[in-house]
Design a protein around this ligand. Sequence first.
Ligand code: KIV
Length: 267
Amino acid sequence: MNNIKTFRKMKQDGEKIVMLTAYDYSSAKFAQAAGVDLILVGDSLGMVIQGYEDTLQVTMDDMVYHAKATRHGANDTFIVADMPFMSYHVSLEESKRNAARLIVEGKADAVKLEGGKPVRLDVIKAITDCEIPVVAHLGLTPQSIRSLGKYTIQGRHPKEFDQMKEQALAVQEAGAFMLVLESIPEELGKEITEEVSIPTIGIGAGRYTDGQVLVYHDILGMSDLQPKFLKLYNNLAEQITGSIKAYCREVKQDAFPAEEHVYKPIK
Ligand code: KIV
């Protein structure tokens, strides 16, 4: 199984790192069978699994439940679990306990948290001091949706561009072993990737990050969102609805179950 050292080596060797979200036993099983390098149990589950408008209502209990189910499907894959909104904002003590729950109860290998302000750097340091590996997340940080106002590309203006480069170095310095960069200009993704020694994983951050992450339901065509950075690798929504329609039709028309589906008594 990969670990924080193999990811660093992949960066040094120029080998791209493939991360995909998964949220349960079956999605994790498929992701592992396909050979992803690591799985993210993202709090995006609030939107694609729970049907919320944003990720803010996702709780620690939700994350532990989904991390555990994901682990059952991917025993040999490195798993990162998201720390949900407000699970690392109140105190360092609470942040450490919540990170530990994801590792001990959720069986994740690392945790991810959003932001690079000084107050977040303290959290990254406190959690890594507990020997829990931390993935940082900069750029568009969906848990900040109320203060951002809308989901939009970050780091476009010269001041923000430079600030994000500083934050990238700061999260590395605080102890993060990997950095997710979301919805930023390709040039910024490239410059950050060149400047930090930890691997960068982009989602809408262009072609030059050390790896890429996308949401399971998005690449399979099972969600409503279609941002510019997304590539659809299937259209399962159509296939799933079509299959369920066929099942409905056959039950209504008495075509299912057929003789081959029924049990017979032993004579
Ligand atoms: O929650 C999530 O799935 C994420 C990725 C989009 C990076 O944080």
